[in-house]
Design a binder for this molecule. Structure first.
Ligand SMILES: Nc1nc2c(c(=O)[nH]1)N=C([C@H](O)[C@H](O)COP(=O)(O)OP(=O)(O)OP(=O)(O)O)CN2
Length: 113
């Protein structure tokens, strides 16, 4: 199995819809660190799992310098963003979304399902 990872910094803003009072309901900014993990049993015709550049275009190209609530059709928690990242790239099996130092969410495809 071949593995690659691509790490990107995404600057943007969001607000969360929460069931309890929180400062996070106000529009605020993050420099999210997103790490995308991909794998493939065989390499493509170009000798890659997938092109780092294409991964960046699909994630950074869509989210960077945006108000994330305007782009994604769900509450943009780090967990939901991580799942969305995995869904954008066929070879992706895991994504990490770091909101701030110490606050990280991950989504991993469950291969048993
Ligand atoms: N499980 C999650 N919890 C929280 C999320 C999230 O996406 N998933 N998001 C937020 C807000 O975006 C908020 O902006 C995070 O605030 P931050 O100051 O980074 O975190 P803390 O309040 O925990 O402060 P620290 O000083 O970093 O401890 C909130 N929760």
């Amino acid at each position: 199995m071949y593995y690659i990872s691509k790490r990107m910094e995404i600057s943007g803003s969001h607000r969360l819809e929460l069931s309890y009072p929180s400062k996070c309901e106000n529009i605020h900014g993050h420099n999210w660190i997103v790490t995308v993990y991909c794998k493939a049993r065989t390499l493509n015709a170009d000798g890659m799992v997938c092109d780092f550049k294409h991964v960046k275009e699909k994630i950074h190209g869509v989210l960077d310098h945006k108000h994330i609530n305007d782009i994604l059709p769900f509450n943009p928690t780090a967990e939901n963003i991580a799942r969305w990242v995995v869904e954008q790239i066929p070879e992706c099996y895991k994504a990490e979304v770091q909101e701030s130092e110490g606050n990280v969410a991950m989504y991993v495809v469950d291969e048993d399902i």
